[in-house]
Ligand binder design. Structure first.
Ligand SMILES: *[C@@H]1O[C@H](CO)[C@@H](O)[C@H](O)[C@H]1NC(C)=O
Ligand SMILES: *[C@@H]1O[C@H](CO)[C@@H](O)[C@H](O)[C@H]1NC(C)=O
Length: 244
């Protein structure tokens, strides 16, 4: 599953080095807006402009494929409703996470932490996330440049339900701006970085979802599900999350 996520062309976006300039980031968001389709801001008097082109080039994002998630083929959505389901019943496209098989709960959490940052949707799988999970699972090409940049634009739009995210990626973009004084970089807040350890924590949480029994961690550690996932995970890819 990690491999399919990486194969979608998100390798650089999800795996970019974790530099974190907290003060600059705070100022970036405080002053940001969208002007003519470009994300603009000011940091210490320096004008910042992030166009979709710069964004896509920096993170080597694919620009071919679906720009609208409602275009995910209906037959694949139908298949996904069975494939993702923990039971023999099909799940609906906006379902509860506990209705999904463990692997897809995990994929949903990763999407929620790395791509969408919406308040209050962590236990439910939203329609958008379901569509995206379907696209990733069935290798449907997605115009990631368009999709991710649209989310960034939403983040800087006042009154949007989209929470602020992409902290690491924004720091990478800021670092590329000549002459911009960013101050000291510091380590990214640990609970907000998706490492093997946090993934394991998600696994434990997800295995508990929907069961009454409180599984103790040592037992959970030995379950085959988790082993299968960690073995599949490419060792060379460090997936960093940009939730802020
Ligand atoms: C940008 O945000 C900072 C921090 O909120 C503020 O002090 C500064 O005046 C803002 N700059 C502009 C140009 O709005
Ligand atoms: C990807 O989406 C952008 C709009 O965000 C568009 O300009 C670009 O042409 C799209 N790529 C392709 C190959 O259609």
């Amino acid at each position: 599953m990690f491999e399919s996520l990486i194969l979608t062309g998100l390798k650089v976006f999800l795996g970019c080095p974790a530099v974190f300039y907290e003060a600059a980031l705070t100022e970036f968001f405080a002053n940001s807006s969208v002007r003519n389709g470009v994300v603009v801001s000011t940091i210490k008097g320096t004008a910042i402009e992030i166009s979709e082109e710069v964004f896509a080039t920096t993170f080597e994002l694919p620009t071919e494929g679906l720009t609208d998630l409602s275009e995910v083929p209906k037959n694949l959505v139908f298949d996904a409703r069975s494939l993702f389901s923990e039971s023999t019943e099909q799940v609906s496209i906006s379902c509860l996470k506990k209705e999904l098989k463990i692997a897809y709960r995990l994929l949903s959490d990763i999407m929620a932490k790395t791509i969408y940052f919406k308040a209050g949707s962590f236990d439910a799988v939203t329609r958008d996330r379901f569509m995206l999970m379907t696209a990733i699972t069935f290798d449907v090409k997605v115009n990631w440049s368009s999709l991710l940049f649209a989310i960034l634009k939403e983040m800087v739009t006042p009154d949007s339900r989209q929470e602020k995210g992409y902290a690491i990626q924004i720091c990478v973009l800021l670092k590329n701006i000549p002459g911009l004084e960013l101050g000291e970089s510091r380590a990214f807040p640990v609970p907000r970085v998706l490492t093997e350890k946090t993934v394991h924590r998600y696994m434990v949480i997800n295995e508990k979802v929907g069961t009454e029994e409180v599984a103790d961690v040592s037992r959970v550690k030995k379950t085959p599900v988790k082993k299968a996932v960690s073995q599949k995970r490419p060792a060379s890819v460090d997936v960093e999350v940009a939730q802020w």
